[in-house]
Design a protein around this ligand. Structure first.
Ligand SMILES: [Cu+2]
Length: 95
């Protein structure tokens, strides 16, 4: 069926999941679309976060067994890490 007159094809927002396990984001690289939600699920027994250095992405503290989410409002490449564990690295591409 053709889209309604005057309207382009609509893209439904999607949800993406990133597991945090053994101090790693899995997947560590993810591509999402504008409007999508990304959920980080902490499967470790310590707290983590997904935090962009300049504050463009931040889940806040994610307790053990909890999850944090973020809605991708703007296109860009977001390199993020954990405020508690400097060795953790993840990348999120929003297109
Ligand atoms: Cu951490």
């Amino acid at each position: 069926m053709l889209p309604a007159c005057g309207r382009g094809p609509e893209r439904r927002p999607r949800a993406h999941a990133v597991a945090i396990r053994a101090f790693q984001y899995s997947p560590d690289t993810l591509t999402a679309g504008v409007g999508d939600t990304v959920v980080w699920e902490n499967r470790d027994v310590v707290r983590h976060s997904a935090t962009h250095r300049a504050g463009r992405l931040d889940t806040g503290t994610i307790g053990a067994g909890a999850s944090g989410k973020w809605v991708a409002a703007q296109k860009g490449t977001y390199a993020y890490g954990c405020v508690f564990h400097p060795g953790m690295r993840g990348w999120l591409m929003v297109r």
